[in-house]
Design a protein around this ligand. Sequence first.
Ligand code: AMP
Length: 294
Amino acid sequence: MGGALASAPPIYLVNPMDVITTIEGFRTARAGLGQLGLVPTMGYLHEGHLSLMRQARRECGAAAASIFVNPTQFAPHEDFTRYPRDLERDMRLLEAEGVDLVFVPEVGEMYPEGFGTAVVLPAADEVLEGAARPDHFRGVATVVCKLLNIVQPTRAYFGQKDAQQTVVVRQMARDLNMPTIIVVAPTVREADGLAMSSRNSYLTPEQRAAATVLHRALTAARDLRAAGERGGDALRQRMAEVLAGEPLARPEYVSAADPLTLRELDEIGPRGALLSMAVRLGAVRLIDNLLVDL
Ligand code: AMP
């Protein structure tokens, strides 16, 4: 390639995306924008993330993404160090979506020496993901609180895929009088029903084929509900039966819970039910859920 061409500056048809690693830098860039939608992520982006970015831009006019694999929400035995990362690819995807600002802090920028505050929602630790992953939601709530304070978005976007996370973030925002509006968007799925997740990249081809069992179990319980069943035990039993039919799947829990309190239901009430599960396929742990009406 000719040297002159290689060194020519790029021609931007839209504004170049700002990639920012410091809190101070972000605050300066943010000050030039009015309404802003934030999509917090841990990167290794897929269509589930990108649909949130599109909604943020559509509703707020400008969108920011954060990419931060937050160490405090992983237990020591979990996958923090091997969590998939591909920043270059993520940047290309975000640029193509027209995202305006990208915040990519180092761990030391978010948790400098002397950091000592946590946001704790004790009730969240008693059920579902919180019971299975002690301290997980303390890490999530603390980092989301920090990101909302740094970015000061008009709205922040979260996926229904992580149902308990949406409950935790909404409660935190309400309890702490945060001005940001919390928006929850539907789960984006592969054609065969598997919920998109960065962790799907860990699956072997056999595990990937078996992973459809989560969605099959959820839809079987939803169909049972649609046929008139209201009993929590019957719905949990239906999900467990379908999961038992897949030899590679090791269920950690199945749940039919109140969508707000996340307490297990005897009978579906006026708020409907959150059907959810965590399932291991080899060393890979997947979660999924569906909301059903009364
Ligand atoms: P993560 O990078 O996994 O922390 O996810 C960042 C945000 O994207 C969270 O609010 C997730 O709930 C959301 N998200 C992840 N997967 C999906 C999906 N398949 N559909 C919709 N939202 C998703």
